[in-house]
Write a protein that binds this ligand. Structure first.
Ligand code: SF4
Length: 230
């Protein structure tokens, strides 16, 4: 397994748990609002695995869980064995994914490798590719979410409320999914690094927290388990 970033102690990345967060390099999407552009573009900066493993051994009993995020972790073929290793060390495990690899999610479930999943849901089906670009596919994300529901997994779905999503878009998104156990709305924050060609999209003013809270009230008609992350 390779990692390009670490947050040693986080109280916000694994619901109800103190966690270490590990970032895998590379992604098969190319969202203009990506906050991890360094991770998806500069995949040569790799952390020393021995140091990570020594840290995790030392923190056993002090940290509850380990989150693997990215980039897109499911692109890494040794992800599942690594999760199993983390579980054998006594850690709860969480996977953050853009939902593009339902077959990997199914294998994670079959291996009992992951305790909690967070799946990104970027846009309504008609705009999915325009917003997430790369190899993005609404159908794959939908399939991932259906697999998690069918297999009774603990998970949440997350949408960053970028200014390019209108309330009708958000309603369409809420209708396109089955009811999920937790639907998290994240406010959009302008990324520090972005592609020059995306300048125009980056410059669109974000919604206020009040506007997003108002959207949430409407979305609860379709997704009763909406949660605001602010
Ligand atoms: S899926 Fe996540 S890591 Fe990949 S480009 Fe989009 S925001 Fe960045």
């Amino acid at each position: 397994m390779i990692f390009a970033g670490i947050v040693k102690t986080s109280l916000i990345d694994y619901p109800g748990k103190i966690a270490t967060v590990l970032f895998t390099p590379g992604c098969n999407f190319n969202c203009f609002f990506c906050h991890n552009r360094r991770l998806i573009e500069d995949i040569d900066e790799i952390l020393d695995m021995t140091e990570i493993e020594e840290f995790l051994l030392k923190r056993q009993g002090l940290i509850d869980g380990v989150v693997i995020t990215g980039g897109e972790p499911t692109l890494h073929s040794d992800l599942i064995p690594y999760f199993i290793k983390l579980k054998s060390m006594g850690y709860f495990t969480k996977l953050d994914s853009n939902g593009s690899n339902p077959e990997v999610i199914l294998k994670c479930i079959e291996s009992n490798a992951v305790d909690y999943y967070a799946i990104d849901y970027k846009a309504p089906s008609s705009k999915y590719y325009a917003i997430a670009r790369g190899d993005s596919s609404f159908q794959k994300v939908q399939e991932t979410i259906n697999i998690l529901i069918t297999n009774h997994q603990l998970f949440e779905v997350r949408t960053t409320v970028i200014p390019q999503l209108s309330l009708p878009d958000l309603i369409q998104m809420s209708e396109e999914l089955p009811v999920v156990p937790k639907y998290v709305l994240n406010p959009y924050k302008v990324p520090i690094n972005y592609l020059e060609c995306d300048q125009e999209q980056i410059n669109v003013p974000p919604y206020s927290e009040k506007q997003i809270a108002e959207f949430a009230e409407t979305l609860k008609l379709y997704q009763p388990n909406v949660v605001l992350l602010f």
